[in-house]
Design a protein around this ligand. Sequence first.
Ligand code: ADE
Length: 228
Amino acid sequence: MKFNILTLFPNMFPSMLGESLAGKALERGDWSFNTVNIRNFATDNHKSVDDTPYGGGAGMVMRPDIIERALLSVPDQGRKIYLSPRGKVLNQALAKELSQEENLTLLCGRYEGVDQRILDAHNFEEISIGDYVLSGGEPAAMILMDACIRLLPNVMGNADTADNESFGENINGLLEYPHYTRPAEWTDTKSVTHSVPEVLKNGDHAKIDEWREEQSIKITKKIRPDLL
Ligand code: ADE
């Protein structure tokens, strides 16, 4: 899978995606990325990429002509995505769908955003990573990339781990049940002893599955009732 990233801050990449599982997958060539510095496509002496908004108001808007030249420098664009708080909110189903693409082109905006005409002229899909505003699209692009990369074949150690997690297919889109490991009895620094639930220790997998499902429903009711 290849990500083309149109940005004013190419040095922000690969950031955390160069570490851990995503970093190893990058070294193996399971995924790759190509940053395009939008500023390289500016034509004036100041290399300016933005201008004041028509109609007035705060902030600066990135120019469509410059972004288009940056975009056209990418040979295999695939689906074109503009990261924006106005977009459709990223979820696990969308991450899975995007992870099956060969190429994605991610446009990261700064300032007040980009001129609407570049989005219309080149059919960008707008995707948000949640209902809050970041100072630019780059961290959102990284999050979208991470959500896709971990779903690529060979990237996760245990083949079915991804399906057991929160929003995964095996637990009906609910939040994940709690996890425990050794020690079976753990005394914290306030001298309180915490035990691992008995059901997880007796090897009855039907009972364990049942307990995990109950826990999933309980935690989802409490934290994210909208998922039920
Ligand atoms: N750019 C700024 N805020 C964003 C968000 N919430 N999601 C995606 N891109 C953004």
